[in-house]
Design a protein around this ligand. Sequence first.
Ligand SMILES: [Zn+2]
Ligand SMILES: [Zn+2]
Length: 680
Amino acid sequence: MPRPDSLAAGPGTLLVEVAVPVPLDQFFTYRWTPGGADESPPARGDLVVAPFGRRRRVIGLVVAVRPAGETEVTVGGHDIRPLERVLPPAYRLASDRLRLAEWLAAYYALPLGEVVPLFHPPDPGTRRRASRAPTPAYPLQDGTAEIVLSAAQQAATSAALQQLDDGHFGVVMLHGITGSGKTEVYLQVIGEALARGRGALFLLPEIALTPQTLARIVARFGPVAATVHSGLSSGERCRVHEAAAAGEVRLVVGPRSALFAPVRDLGVIVVDEEHETSYKQEEKPRYHARHAALARGREAGAVVLLGSATPDLESWDNGRRGAYRLFTLTDRPVGVLPDVEVVDLRGEQAPDGFSPRLTEALAAELNEGRQAILYYNRRGFARSLQCAACGRADACPSCDIGLVYHLRPRRLLCHYCGFSRAAPVACSHCGGRDFLPAGGGTERLELSLQATFPGVKVLRLDQDTTRRRGSHARILGAFAGARAQILVGTQMVAKGHHFPGVGLVGVLAADDGLTLPDYRADERAFQLLTQVAGRTGRVRPGLVIFQSWQPDHPIVRLAAHHDYAGFAEAELANRRALGYPPARRLLRIAVASRRAAAAQQGVDELAGVLREGLTGGDREVLGPAPGVFARLQDRHRWQVLIKGTLGSAQKRWLAACAKATEARVGGVEVLIDVDPVGLY
Ligand SMILES: [Zn+2]
Ligand SMILES: [Zn+2]
């Protein structure tokens, strides 16, 4: 029997359409009845707590409100359920944030409700002040001396300020080698924006890897600046959110999630290291924070500053075509670009991966009392543990990918799904008892260095040594404080640290990554080589050694000459010839299932429907093809690529086709990845 209070709508009762975070492309109707003395009626843009299903409560976004008719109390024979509560005004999505939410949903083919969680902390309104995440103790090397801008810094700053004063959206792109002073430009522009009463957002790729920049910003702007990231407690995140909404915090710094902070009168958005793939969120809701920053900048009439030593090719292309104002900072205010030597590994004796030249250079650096960074993009001890008798090595039972040998603890690990087991005593194929660790890894490098240079302190920075909270900062802090002479690690060592004591950077395998079956493989490889080479020469001339099996490969050569523009021109010509971004847009549809037959049936059906439905324009449907990793985490994977431009109506249709395939073929998951950053 229906509850008596739901039989008729009383005076003042409102019907509220709510976008709820569920994968359904529809809004849900709730009712709101005046009653609570302090509660004002919900309005478009408000966040509300609503019951959903039998016992769930969700946070949804109000999209429309209208007065209820007198007998209007059911929808499709069901009682319209009451809203539980309206969240305080600090959580309302006003103007630019509301339009950003709508843009995200349309652009990324998502139901509006699914983007709502981006716009609020996990438990809005939490009062409990739980423990603060440890602030990394990090030596601040940024001097407090009077700051004198170089001519290039001054020009970029003036352009951004002019844009700010014009009050229109615009993009200023800073292409600057590592150490060329991009951060100072950001800080100048932010300072001026704050002085004009405007707010600012500062996005960094990864908080844990950029403690210096973070410390520098907070030191410069004091209490009007705050950081948000997932390491903070709910209470702390709510406090920052509410302070930003109230206008007390006017600069929010953080990883991609900081983009959604309710900073008022937004004037500046900085996207530092804008080429970094960590700006792409790879779980639902999938979006790219750089692209979303441009959308928010447009909605807020703000200036967006993109900065990188190796800009994303799409950004670079926009810069050279004049869509963005492009500034190149070529000089290092302090230090010079390092010399890069390429060591040909063919025919070299390179025990444990070290050529005689690298070993000699390393010994010389250590003798001089300087530090060195060694980069190798594989963790573990060896790529595989091979049977000495039959040559075979074990693969992951769920991924069809070789297991990596780790020494401490002595186990075989799958780097894709986390599967692990003890290293075998006998070969599972032939029973042989002798094994050879084949290929290298950071763990092996560390041990080899300790053996070659006894008494020298070596630190390792990779996923294995940074599992514990705060361990990143501890390792980086110890190295910056010269409590170790060598830092060895994966691409984590390539990120923006400033170590004045580093005189040598060694890249163990410069051509690693060039063979990945992905149209971005060369771009990634070039970016990494350039970034890692930039870790030296900050104070005095440094030396970089690239060890390579393909010393004449254009990417290795261009990176050795610090020639970004040359790289970009060649690569853009490639992309145009092959029709890849930025020449044409790309959308990836991935189909996965535990059952091989279901995955294939699903992808075949879907590809057929898309081929028929997406004719015309510059569009092209490619595939289906097996994923680069055809089986991962026990799922068989296929993909379809769509090249060309899709409007939001077409994306919506695409999302509906994906849903229909999931409904028709049991056990199949379909995901839509707009502007994928990797094809795997
Ligand atoms: Zn064997
Ligand atoms: Zn696996």
